[in-house]
Write a protein that binds this ligand. Structure first.
Ligand code: ADP
Ligand code: MG
Length: 362
């Protein structure tokens, strides 16, 4: 359906896309993952001609869309795009947002456009919001409207550019559910996402983009379970860290909690995992507190996307010191809490370094 050959894109001296060749077939769902700044958005924008490619060719249903004679508006109808930031018209009602383009570009009557748009709003669960304005909706609802608006143009393929990354974590799943539903109905889609679990279960194929290329591609199993190339491996197995250096008893527990909360939200951790982490961190810091004028504690909160596990790593330098076994524990309750909310506790003392590693219960 779409064939891309040797696609390249430069901005001035900066080569963003080097040489991309691939095909997307009808009914396929392709997830595009990769570090930020590697050209994922640029790739999508080139596909639907929001950006003019610097070289190569894009063929849709046998038609070369880079041909001067191509009707760009038609191409964009065939390959409609959903953006991170919704891009709804705030002065139009939800229904008018949907009917605008079909009336203007497809020549539908107002009546037909409204009837069809209502069906689409119902499809995304927003039938009752037709007369509301975008500002009256939550982020998740706005994005569902944007998806319905995109469908109103009857595209052959939908391009999603990080459709959930501007949303509160609580609203991610309603949008992913709608996209999943479209996938089930056989919609052809290319989705740039950082939602790895979603990418794995929704797509037939995954592109890992890096260095301006589709660096590795394969089935979700191939890319997530057995990546072959070095950068793909590093990306898939990467661990995200948050590090605190604490060397005074007067540390700001509230600020630490707030940062950990933000970190957990960014990684889309469950509320339970987050709450367990906050609880253990608070207790641990109380346990360490009496020692913190002499010791520096390096506390790392580490999340591994691959194993979906959250670890707290507490490091102190010097003689053997495991606060959980200390004679000077303030109370047993704190210790028990830590034990109860941890699925694993490891301690090692090596090269004058104490490392206490706590895996948080899910
Ligand atoms: P991704 O979506 O993977 O994060 P982008 O496609 O947004 O990456 O950007 C890739 C690179 O291209 C970045 O280095 C970015 O700064 C650059 N870039 C993107 N758009 C433009 C533009 N309009 N002008 C100049 N540079 C751009
Ligand atoms: Mg992007």
């Amino acid at each position: 359906m779409i064939k891309v050959e040797h696609l390249s894109k430069r901005y001035g001296d900066l080569t963003v896309l080097k040489d991309i060749s691939t095909e997307i077939k009808k009914g396929e769902v392709v997830s595009i993952i990769g570090p930020s700044g590697t050209g994922k958005s640029t790739f999508l924008r080139c596909l639907n001609l929001l950006d003019q490619p610097s070289g190569g060719s894009i063929t849709i249903d046998g038609e070369n869309v880079l041909d001067k004679k191509t009707d760009v508006a038609k191409v964009r109808q065939k390959m409609n795009m959903v953006f991170q930031s919704f891009n709804l018209f705030s002065h139009l009602s939800v229904l008018e947002n949907l009917t605008l383009a079909p009336i203007k570009l497809k020549g539908l009557s107002k009546e037909d456009a409204e009837k069809k748009s209502m069906d689409l709003l119902r499809l995304v669960g927003l039938g009752e919001k037709a007369d509301n304005y975008p500002d009256e909706l939550s982020g998740g609802q706005k994005q569902r409207v944007a998806i319905a608006r995109c469908l109103a143009m009857e595209p052959e393929i939908i391009l999603f550019d990080e459709p959930t990354s501007a949303l509160d974590p609580t609203m991610v799943s309603e949008v992913l559910s709608v996209i999943r539903k479209l996938a089930k109905e056989g919609m052809t889609m290319a989705i740039v996402t950082h939602e790895m679990a979603f990418a794995r279960d929704v797509s037939n194929r995954v592109f890992y983009m890096d260095q301006g290329l589709i660096y590795e591609e394969g089935t979700p199993e191939q890319i997530f379970d057995a990546p072959q190339k070095e950068r793909t491996k590093a990306f898939i197995n990467r661990v995200r860290n948050l590090v605190f250096k604490i060397n005074s008893q007067d540390f700001d527990l509230y600020a630490i909690n707030a940062e950990v909360e933000g970190f957990c939200e960014k990684q889309f951790l469950s509320k339970k995992l987050r709450d367990n982490a906050l609880l253990i961190i608070e207790e641990l810091l109380l346990i360490y507190k009496p020692f913190l004028n002499e010791l520096e504690l390096v506390l790392t909160v580490a999340y591994s996307e691959k194993t979906e596990s959250l670890e707290l790593i507490c490091e102190t330098a010097g003689n053997h010191f495991n606060p959980l076994e200390s004679d000077h524990l303030p109370d047993e309750i704190g210790l028990n809490l830590v034990r109860n909310f941890a699925s694993k506790i490891d301690f090692i003392w090596e090269n004058s370094k104490n490392t206490l590693k706590i895996t948080i219960k899910k």
